[in-house]
Write a protein that binds this ligand. Structure first.
Ligand code: SF4
Ligand code: SF4
Length: 348
């Protein structure tokens, strides 16, 4: 019954407030990751444009006003570009947590040993890890980045134990061609450290062929290729990857997204035009994302669709605006579009 009513409401395009509001609070990063358009300075890609978020920046007052406007949402999740580079990170966390909203953040961890006292008001942190020392540093493009993560998380855990409060610590591991044959070693290494959860994400990407097919069908929602190197998909050894994931999938705290069978994993990396399984995109209903200049988009990996700006409009009016409702109706009827095939927004 509850599901029936929800679907009825979904059909109209109007929807309840999102559970999670994601935010990119700055457009800067201190690393040069090989699988990331920011790290590679690929300025033509959607991902780069969304993460950079234009020239203007939200002020601390803008964040405080936003926190009041989204009161009732469960989580404000700062996803980038690198939150620890923001000079007001402590105050931003405080603005949302004082409204009863949980704050989580994703960081590359490079500045964590130096800046961890500023983020102790968060409820959860996600550290991006790609491999053990040598592989991680090579993917991230900066020597010493792995050691900084280990040092930083140990300091956070120590402070949390001392004070009885502080963020839980989670790792995010993205599958790449460089780590596909050694992910189990990374997971096993970190399970001996004070880590509360390990999230393994299959690579999210858009190839040129995916973008071309999508743009032919949906020119009004055009996309670019993104987060992909020539030959990278072919270099992902799906046999080795499957074996690695089988070894860790049942360990406590380990989650793998999307959960793929052996055959599905082969299709996922070898046939990017093919939708794997029977996924649904609930992104326009469940979450939203604010960029550093206040623009609202569905999600980093989504279409570069600007739905409003929280510096000049009330968040609630954007959330149920005509364009947002139109997007919801489209996704309700179609579940996904060709450009969605390898997006982290799909639920399986
Ligand atoms: S740390 Fe994050 S934003 Fe920065 S280059 Fe790496 S993946 Fe991209
Ligand atoms: S699955 Fe499609 S609609 Fe959903 S967030 Fe990804 S690109 Fe956007």
């Amino acid at each position: 019954m509850k599901r029936f009513i929800r679907n009825l409401i979904k059909r109209t395009g109007y929807y309840f407030m999102p559970g999670t509001v994601y935010a990119v609070i700055n457009g800067e990063c201190n690393l040069r990751c090989s699988m990331c358009d920011i790290g590679k300075k690929n300025a033509d890609s959607d991902f780069y444009r969304i993460m950079k978020g234009g020239e203007d920046r939200m002020t601390l007052d803008d964040f405080r006003r936003l926190a009041r406007e989204i009161r009732g949402c469960d989580t404000f999740h700062i996803v980038g570009t690198e939150p620890l580079l923001h000079p007001d990170i402590r105050e931003i966390i405080q603005a949302f947590s004082s409204e009863g909203i949980k704050v989580s953040l994703t960081t590359n961890g490079f500045l964590l040993p130096e800046k961890y006292p500023l983020i102790m008001g968060a409820s959860r942190i996600y550290l991006s890890v790609d491999g053990l020392s040598e592989i991680h540093d090579r993917i991230r493009g900066v020597k010493g980045s792995f050691d900084k993560i280990v040092e930083g998380l140990t300091l956070v855990a120590g402070r949390r134990q001392e004070r009885g409060e502080g963020p839980s610590i989670h790792l995010s591991i993205t599958v790449t061609d460089e780590n596909c044959a050694s992910i189990s070693l990374v997971v096993k290494y970190f399970t001996s450290l004070p880590v509360d959860g390990i999230h393994i994400e299959h690579l999210n990407f858009r190839t040129r062929e995916m973008a071309e097919l999508h743009n032919k069908c949906w020119p009004a929602l055009s996309i670019t290729e993104s987060c992909i190197d020539p030959g990278m998909l072919d270099r992902i050894d799906t046999d080795a990857l499957f074996t690695q994931l089988e070894q860790v999938k049942n360990l406590p705290g380990v989650e793998i997204h999307p959960p793929l069978s052996r055959e599905q994993m082969e299709s996922y990396y070898r046939e990017p035009l093919k939708i794997v399984g029977n996924p649904v995109c609930d992104v326009p209903f469940e979450v939203t994302q604010i960029l550093a200049n206040g623009d609202v988009v569905p999600l980093t990996r989504c279409f570069d669709l600007r739905l409003g700006n929280v510096r000049s409009q009330n968040f609630r009016s954007i959330w149920n605006s005509r364009n947002y409702r139109k997007l919801r109706r489209l996704m309700f009827n179609r579940k996904y579009l060709p450009g969605c095939a390898r997006c982290c927004g799909l639920s399986y």
